[in-house]
Design a protein around this ligand. Structure first.
Ligand SMILES: [Zn+2]
Length: 293
């Protein structure tokens, strides 16, 4: 099995991320890791969604190649997020989000065993927007994970309507520190939502804003999880009229819950040693991170 050969590579890559000392080395490891993981996820997803008459190796390699291609656009999105922190202009988020959406659409197509260009999606506020180039159909559906996060954010912060309309990301602001599961923090993020203390000084606010925006991009990258359940989705749609009607208006996204579940496996580690936090902090600050053993 070709895909098994990627596992030692990924383990070495993850270890290197924790041990590399300079910013350039750490960045390189994240890039290599991102491309490797997405190639594997694209290839395995393509196999899951393989048609009976297709050859497994050919399907895997096509999915892996497309997964790596999509990852390239995600890497560009990471690279640009630093400009958001430095130049303090929301437009830099738009550039990163656009590149990330192209990359994530390609990865989802790869893991669905489709051609990389067939379906495109991006998030805007509570909605996930899809355009299918084959059937020429457009869909705008509510994302439950963003709806849930908005409810959670609304408990202690107010929506900044202007910034949210400009960026397509729901930005909630509080006057003072936020409570995140019993810890006082300056901000947090999940699904297509960030929550931030607007009273922070600009030199603290914007680096934190960029860090939290990176989390929004990261959550979107778990989009492959949806593709892994394509066959279950089709079966459910054929069996249940209610489900097939609901999914015209709701995109039952698994990104948020998958990201959350994987993040929780790292909860015992110090904040800066959690994979998602390291990636967000490295690209938003462009500073070397402390080594984690
Ligand atoms: Zn964080």
């Amino acid at each position: 099995m070709k895909q098994l050969l990627l596992i030692p590579f990924l383990v070495c890559s993850l270890l290197s991320i924790s041990l590399a000392q300079t910013f350039e080395k750490q960045r390189r490891q994240f890039i290599v890791n991102n491309i490797g993981v997405n190639a594997l996820l694209g290839g395995v997803g393509a196999l899951i969604n393989k048609k009976p008459n297709e050859k497994p190796l050919k399907v895997f390699l096509k999915g892996a190649g497309q997964g790596a291609l999509g990852s390239g656009f995600q890497v560009l999105a990471n690279h640009n997020i630093y400009n958001l922190a430095q130049k303090q202009k929301l437009g830099h988020y738009l550039l990163s989000n656009f590149s990330n959406s192209i990359g994530s659409s390609i990865v989802q197509n790869a893991a669905s065993n489709r051609n990389f260009w067939e379906r495109w999606h991006m998030h805007y506020g509570l909605l996930r927007l899809d355009y299918d180039l084959v059937s020429r159909t457009f869909q705008a559906r509510v994302s439950p994970s963003t709806l849930f996060m908005s409810y959670f954010a609304f408990q202690q912060a107010g929506l900044n309507i202007r910034s949210s309309l400009l960026t397509g990301m729901l930005i909630f602001e509080s006057a003072g520190p936020l409570n995140h599961f019993g810890t006082s923090v300056g901000g947090f993020a999940g699904a297509n939502v960030i929550v931030i203390n607007k009273d922070l000084a600009p030199n603290e606010y914007w680096p934190l804003f960029a860090h939290e925006a990176m989390h929004v991009l990261q959550v979107e990258r778990y989009v492959w999880a949806n593709a892994y359940l394509n066959k279950t989705d089709t079966k459910l749609s054929n069996k249940s009229k209610l489900y097939s009607n609901l999914k015209k208006y709701i995109y039952f996204d698994l990104n948020g819950i998958t990201a959350w579940a994987l993040y929780n496996t790292q909860w015992p580690h110090p904040w800066i040693c959690r994979y998602i936090e390291r990636e967000a902090e490295l690209f938003s600050s462009r500073k070397a991170l402390p080594a984690c053993f």
